[in-house]
Design a protein around this ligand. Sequence first.
Ligand code: PMP
Length: 354
Amino acid sequence: MSYQITIEKTKNPKQKPDEHNLGFGIHFTDHMFTMDYTEGKGWHDPKIIPYSPLSLDPSCMVFHYGQAIFEGLKAYKSVNGDILLFRPRKNMERVNISNERLCIPPIDVDFAVEAIKTIVRVDQDWIPKSEGTSLYIRPFIISTDPYLGVRPSNTYKFLIILSPVGAYYKEGINPVKIYVENKYVRTVKGGIGYAKTPGNYAASLKAQMEAKEKGYTQVLWLDGIERKYVEEVGTMNVFFKINGEVITPSLEGTILAGITRDSTIELLKSMGVKVTERRISIEEIYEAHEKGTLEEAFGTGTAAVISPIGELNWNGKIIQINDGKIGEISSKVYDTITGIQSGKIEDPFGWIVK
Ligand code: PMP
């Protein structure tokens, strides 16, 4: 493939949104990256062009069978004006894990990181500077064969779009109420749970909607066979602190291997905290609460970094965690990771890419 990215700049730059009222995923920058895949030719024609609608045949396979993957990461502007990416290689490696499961041909990881750097550089004036804001980066791949038979596509499009996003927590981190989902499941072993693919999110909407109607922010997913073991919380990985030990579900094919999860584990271990990756049942969590040893619970993910869990409702049994307040470990992980991401704290882990 050609590694030369051609750049066509927009002739009509858009007006930038108010930095203090960005929301999430609402505004898009002036440009986008695209690259095509054709069977026999491989990935080709990487280019940056003005942000614009796509023209696709209505029979394109992605519309019918959902053969697609996506990613999410952020760019930050540091106080001294540097543009910082957080572990972008990890996201591009995860593209290939998802691709493999969805029968999409692999991408070149180093080139994909270069593509991210190039598009972010082109639209760098769109990176917001206020506290907590960032430029969300959304790479994704869609299958484009105009064909209605069920098989892997022979053509694909890889795109990267960018969206300036606001501070996730405007009024400080608030622990959220979580409904333990015992009817719907997100995925099962052998399914596509470990891949970042649209089907998983489509499958999750109904549970999320019903939990909202009951007054809960998100659901805690249990395993798809026994509804016994804890898997993820909404679209985040989940951690529990029980009697000084931090426990997170092990990756056994149903859980997305979050990059914030991996960073949290590494950070906690460097702080001397005992971290264990293993199966943990909802019953064990309730028993720990009963004994008074359930100290903290929180989700981890790119969007919010840390989201503390203040309350769980499992079959009508409601428990408060840490009196509904943010815990010590949750605060420490949040402050350290967001500090490293924004360049305020020195990065001892080699996570930051300028
Ligand atoms: N699980 C799911 C299902 C997710 O969508 C995400 C967000 N990408 C995560 C976990 C957290 O992953 P990360 O830390 O890489 O954002």
